[in-house]
Design a protein around this ligand. Structure first.
Ligand SMILES: C=C(O[C@@H]1C=C(C(=O)O)C=C[C@H]1O)C(=O)O
Ligand SMILES: NC(=O)CC[C@H](N)C(=O)O
Length: 748
């Protein structure tokens, strides 16, 4: 029989006017941490501070720091609880002396560590459970009291064994101090797996499943409330209360962030590199040059239903060797196509580039002058981009716009008025999470970030059938007029089809694999032909952010009906892949906008594309609006940089997965797996995930022929079948290869 630990009187509701619980969350470099922080905030109104397992200062001053908290929650994480590197300071918590003890709740790795430190064995599951949802049998007491049906998500390969024999609710001779509270017996191969336990008399609890997952039923929240009542009751019975010793300690605690930082040691541990004055000077010069023209915005709207961006480029005879075209076809997410025109007469749009390997920041000015410097990290780039956008926002000037005689109006519905267009590579994303690139990247030579500052643009609103001609350049009425006249004439010049140009290849690609996030990018030595179906991140001018991860792919074919595709995409394998990314993206987004502002309007819906059916989820979050005031408030760019590289291309936990992938792949992914899109001076942005995309090799690599790279891959989970995964990869690569179909030499 279980030993009851009561009586535990319920202590007020979660929002009952009592002081808010102060919780120290220990993050083990996981990609779900911010979801747990959100669960604590929402279920018990907690104020949460986050410390990483390798935080030296927290480890050193642990006892003093713990006194400032009501309880500790230890999160999930990669690796093994017996490996000191994987658990870091977590082990110190199990050694606390009687006088220092406080309530602790462990999730997954935190739970396994609790069990291990109290005598349990940690074993490997016969079949790992990553993204599997199953029914939990529990004891209906303690933290499970009053909880009926609990379906919970699991993400683990290891499990804790308290003793030999079958399911029991008693402690075992091997672990006399641990009491089982829940089991999962749904997987015959694995047998019954311990899902929750508590210490017999210390206030230590833990669960193997993930109460914070989007697919764990609301009972996960009830369980946390139960835990908190018990934790409080324990503290009252011990007369334990929160104390902060001195101002020095207050400062130490304030230093802890409210969310898990995306980088390894976050902003707190950025290296103290003194940049020379010349680099700071260069950055100032770059910013100054970028905003040189700020203050004007001219635009005209011309109706032209059914025009495509390709037809428009040809009709306007735009220089296809220097252009960025974001081409949206055939999907609700693709209402607008955007053409950025980086050349104007003798001058060209300023361009900013960055390479992660040698941390070289380069700037090419309008007159073609090149400035370059080595900076300390990628974090130098973001403020340059953000400041430029802010300072070029036409709404900050009063002489900004003219349209059909209307002064002072803006095309509000148009998502791009001008701003940065370009890409961020996968390896740049790795730098943001402090994963070193593979050594082969050092010979690559490719820029990891490239953005042109686009002052002239043409936007097609496919839904309304309108074309917008826009310029941020001063005195540019002539150009606007010229473009408008050409558009009005609606004369289409057919391209010459002699030698197969890159432009022709793109036309084939868009015909053969129409996609909502297609792109044709020609910027110097960068040539990208994309037919991506996947939006990475969009944010609008009101701060609404949307991520649309795709995970789950079924090839279309004569035998593949929609129903059949639904059946496959609703299998546990496909759902597990998708669920993991939904939870990961919720974490990334919550880290910037706060978990309370994140929702999942679509969870695992099937969408149909030209060659494939895909399983798609939509995660949205609201940034503070500008009316909320503070200039330090996070913006769309903050979400972008906190979410790289795209979770759908990494898996979870992101950092550990990326390290493993790097060591397996042994070569850069480059622009493939990165993101491509724009950031608008009016405050919005939209980026796709660079997949189903052909990228031209750098000219200097091959002098006899053009080489194109088309990356493709797929999520591999324990439920994957290797042949099926290979076919899936082939299906994906073939969708972009269609552009080259007529060519003879196509090596996969
Ligand atoms: C990796 C690719 O696609 C990614 C993987 C998917 C999957 O595993 O089903 C689906 C969409 C993308 O996020 C690719 O197209 O190369
Ligand atoms: N999500 C987790 O915390 C996983 C814990 C541990 N790494 C396991 O695989 O079992």
């Amino acid at each position: 029989m279980p030993i009851a630990l009561g009586p535990f009187p319920p202590l007020g509701g979660s929002h009952s006017g009592l002081p808010r619980p102060r919780i120290l969350y220990i993050d083990a470099f996981d990609s779900f941490s911010n979801n747990i922080v959100g669960l604590l905030e929402q279920s018990i109104n907690a104020v949460v501070s986050v410390a990483r397992i390798n935080d030296v200062e927290v480890s050193r001053c642990l006892l003093d720091i713990l006194r400032a908290f009501d309880a500790v929650v230890i999160g999930p994480g990669p690796g093994h609880p017996a490996k000191p590197k994987d658990v870091g300071l977590i082990n110190q918590l199990w050694q606390l002396q009687e006088a220092d003890i406080l309530p602790i709740f462990g999730v997954c790795l935190g739970f396994q560590s609790l069990c291990l430190s109290h005598g349990a064995r940690i074993e490997r599951l016969q079949r790992a459970r990553h993204g599997t949802v199953s029914k939990i049998q529990h004891i209906d007491m303690d933290i499970f009291q009053g909880i009926r049906n609990l379906h919970a998500t699991q993400y683990h390969s290891l499990y804790a064994v308290l003793g030999e024999g079958t399911t029991t609710w008693d402690s075992t001779p091997q672990c006399p101090l641990m009491l089982p509270l829940a089991w999962d017996s749904s997987d015959e191969l694995n047998g019954p797996i311990l899902m929750a336990a508590r210490h017999l008399y210390k206030p230590f609890w833990g669960v193997q499943f993930h109460p914070e997952s989007i697919c764990t039923s609301k009972e996960g929240m009830d369980m946390i409330q139960n835990w908190w009542s018990r934790a409080q009751a324990w503290s009252i019975s011990r007369q334990r209360s929160v104390t902060i010793a001195d101002p020095d300690m207050t400062a130490k605690i304030d230093r802890l962030s409210a969310v898990a930082p995306p980088g390894v040691d976050g902003m707190r541990a950025t290296r103290d590199i003194c940049l020379s004055d010349s680099i700071d000077g260069m950055i100032t010069d770059v910013k100054f040059d970028l905003v040189r023209n700020a203050g004007t915005f001219l635009w005209r709207k011309v109706p032209w239903p059914s025009i495509t961006p390709v037809m428009l480029c040809e009709n306007l005879n735009l220089d296809r060797s220097r252009i960025v075209m974001l081409d949206s076809q055939g999907h609700a997410t693709g209402r607008f196509s955007i053409i950025g025109i980086p050349t104007s007469g003798q001058t060209q749009a300023p361009e900013i580039t960055y390479r992660s390997t040698d941390k070289e920041l380069c700037y090419t000015s309008r007159r073609g002058e090149l400035l370059s410097a080595q900076v300390d990290s990628i974090s130098r780039i973001w403020p340059i981009l953000q400041d430029t956008l802010d300072r070029c926002d036409p709404r900050s000037y009063d002489r900004y716009c003219f349209t059909s005689g209307l002064k002072g109006t803006l095309p509000e519905s148009v998502p791009f008025w001008g701003g940065f267009m370009g890409y961020i590579s996968y390896e740049a994303g790795l730098e943001t999470i402090d994963v070193k690139p593979h050594e082969s990247c050092y010979n690559d030579g490719r820029q990891d970030i490239k953005f042109a500052f686009i002052e002239r643009s043409i936007v097609i609103d496919h839904r309304a059938g309108d074309v917008y001609v826009q310029s941020l350049l001063p005195d540019d009425e002539c150009w606007i007029r010229e473009m408008r006249a050409k558009i009005r004439s609606k004369r289409i010049c057919l391209p010459k089809l002699d030698a197969l140009s890159v432009w022709d290849l793109y036309q084939r690609l868009r015909l053969k694999n129409p996609a909502p996030h297609g792109a044709y990018v020609c910027l110097g030595d960068t040539v990208i032909l994309s037919s991506s179906p996947e939006r990475f991140l969009r944010w609008d001018r009101k701060g609404l952010c949307q991520l649309r991860p795709i995970k789950g792919t079924v090839k279309k074919g004569p035998d593949m009906t929609r129903d059949e595709a639904h059946k496959i995409l609703n299998s546990s394998k496909e759902r597990a892949e998708n669920l993991m990314i939904v939870d990961l993206v919720r974490h990334d987004l919550s880290g910037v906008v706060g978990a309370a502002n994140v929702r999942v309007p679509k969870c695992m819906v099937v969408e149909e594309y030209e060659t494939v059916y895909q399983l798609v989820s939509v995660i949205e979050g609201q940034l503070p609006t500008s009316e909320d005031g503070k200039s330090t408030a996070p913006k769309g760019l903050d979400v972008l940089k906190a979410s790289l590289p795209p979770g759908s291309m990494t898996g979870a936990p992101k950092k550990r997965s990326c390290e493993i992938l790097r060591d397996i792949e042994k070569r850069p992914r480059g622009i493939y797996s990165g993101v491509l899109g724009y950031m608008d001076v009016g405050g919005g942005g939209d980026f796709s995930v660079v997949i189903r995309t052909a990228i031209k090799g750098l000219d200097k690599e091959h002098d006899t022929c053009d080489v194109w790279d088309i990356g493709a891959g797929g999520a591999i989970t324990i439920q994957s079948d290797d042949k099926a995964e290979f076919l899936e990869m082939e299906t994906k690569v073939t969708s972009a290869l269609r552009a080259f179909e007529a060519e003879k030499q196509v090596d996969i």
